[in-house]
Design a protein around this ligand. Structure first.
Ligand SMILES: CC(C)(COP(=O)(O)OP(=O)(O)OC[C@H]1O[C@@H](n2cnc3c(N)ncnc32)[C@H](O)[C@@H]1OP(=O)(O)O)[C@@H](O)C(=O)NCCC(=O)NCCS
Length: 161
């Protein structure tokens, strides 16, 4: 089992994990998904085991209280990052509860520290805020409202590394 930076050949499998992990309204195209690596060339990871991708974490440097859009490619970020934004983490349903997500999250925290980025941020969807709270994240107060497509339960969350 290994955590590796996602390679070009992995994106189809990564996309297949997303399709199994989320309801259809949160599916992104493989092109949009792979575009996250333009913003974070070294911070999009997958977990490989048994010859396949079982899970992934896509993250990239970002700044400010307005998160990047879900489902949209071509977003630009220039300037000094104040956060590593965790765009999406998902594990194949049959592979959950084995610590894969915790290992990917540890990788992101270590990477952010090495880059001198002191915060992790994300939008928790589908009621996952309780999962993230257990990982030490808290709601970011005072931020602009999140776009409606994230769903009513969405919460902007952050954590210092
Ligand atoms: C969230 C997710 C990545 C966690 O993956 P995982 O491999 O099960 O995580 P870990 O093994 O590190 O941790 C499992 C623990 O988290 C808990 N957990 C998993 N999903 C949860 C959720 N949505 N809400 C609350 N707790 C959750 C499990 O019950 C388990 O608890 P335990 O340790 O007491 O048994 C996985 O459930 C997933 O892919 N979900 C669908 C996609 C998703 O919601 N991603 C996050 C969007 S913000």
């Amino acid at each position: 089992m290994t955590i590796a930076v996602i390679g070009k050949a992995d994106w189809t499998e990564v996309h297949a994990v997303q399709l199994q992990a989320y309801p259809v309204e949160l599916h992104e195209s493989v092109v949009v998904l792979a575009d996250k690596q333009r913003l974070g060339p070294d911070s999009c990871w997958c977990w490989r085991e048994q010859g396949g991708v079982l899970g992934y974490l896509l993250a990239h440097p970002w700044a400010g209280d307005a998160p990047p859009a879900w489902g949209l490619g071509g977003q630009q970020f220039t300037g000094e990052p104040d956060q590593l934004f965790l765009h999406d983490m998902a594990i194949l349903p049959a592979q959950r509860g084995k610590g894969i997500a915790a290992a990917l999250l540890g990788q992101a925290s270590r990477w952010a520290l090495l880059q001198g980025i002191g915060h992790l941020r994300l939008v928790a969807v589908m009621g996952a805020h309780s999962y993230w709270e257990r990982q030490g994240f808290a709601e970011v107060r005072g931020a602009p409202p999140l776009p409606a497509y994230y769903g009513e339960e969405a919460v902007l969350m952050g954590k210092a590394v």
